[in-house]
Write a protein that binds this ligand. Sequence first.
Ligand SMILES: Nc1ncnc2c1ncn2[C@@H]1O[C@H](COP(=O)(O)OP(=O)(O)OP(=O)(O)O)[C@@H](O)[C@H]1O
Length: 313
Amino acid sequence: MIEVLNLTKTYGSHKALDNISFKINKGEIVGFLGPNGAGKSTTMNIITGFLSSTEGTVKLDDIDILENPIEFKKKIGYLPEIPPLYMDMTVKEYLTFVCKLKKINKDKIKQEINRVTELTKIKHVTERLINNLSKGYKQRVGLSQALIGDPDVLILDEPTVGLDPKQIIEIRTLIKDLSKQRTVILSTHILSEVNVVCDRVLIINKGRILTSDTVENLTRTLSESNRISIRLNVPATNKENIISDIMKIPGVKEVLCLGQFEKNTSDYLIYVKENNDIRLNIFNMCKNSNYPLLILKPIDLTMEDIFLKVTEG
Ligand SMILES: Nc1ncnc2c1ncn2[C@@H]1O[C@H](COP(=O)(O)OP(=O)(O)OP(=O)(O)O)[C@@H](O)[C@H]1O
């Protein structure tokens, strides 16, 4: 388990982190979110031992980063936003170099490179120059170096930035696979990535942790009302009657006509008071009023909605 305890970091007179504390359990994938300048990189740099804190500490399975920095760092694999690669080395040369830096026993280096390149699925390119690899493959080489020494915790800074959609899916799948054996902290600006990859979200702003919960719980607690969108096979010229019929359903707060997206149809967004499931009522109202119902879809808060609600207070 990682424990961040009362971490404060000041740069001159500027407080970049203001007494933050959080815990991350073994095997969790946690998304670290925050606007620019929130303090994400500062936190990551302290957890990985690149920066020292002004106050507070970080513990990993009871090893304190300040008391035992070498043992602590052995347990952490870090992939910075720009992977630290030497372009004129082959993948094998580079990973051998990283093994030596991480003090892997000389006799075990070949075995270790085999292990990590199998995990990241780059075994077939180990003899190639890093410079000639695609961006997705370079990212896999970066992940491989983070995995050398089999660390318990992986810290990944924007691991999918700049990749094409196919590579993004591949790297996300890889991260999910890797997390089965270890804890992953992922800093990202791509909010949909958090939905797909993470078990939990930590939102930081102005050096303070604002919230830490599962996406599901955040969606539930932050929704002031549920929303349902419907499409009727009735032109928008009838919208006054339709809105008035929908408003008669108990639990409906507000109805907006969104316009026409298909010929002879109209779409409506219905705001419903909390804890009211009105889907059957909508269906029956449509049947009784002869409004053929083409689509009925509950709309959840997106990660963008959650992020804005939390960071804007
Ligand atoms: N070396 C430094 N000297 C002075 N101020 C710094 C230094 N590094 C960061 N800061 C400031 O500390 C605050 C937190 O910065 P940090 O880089 O941790 O934010 P971030 O959340 O990672 O932002 P981004 O998403 O833009 O990378 C910012 O206001 C930043 O300007």
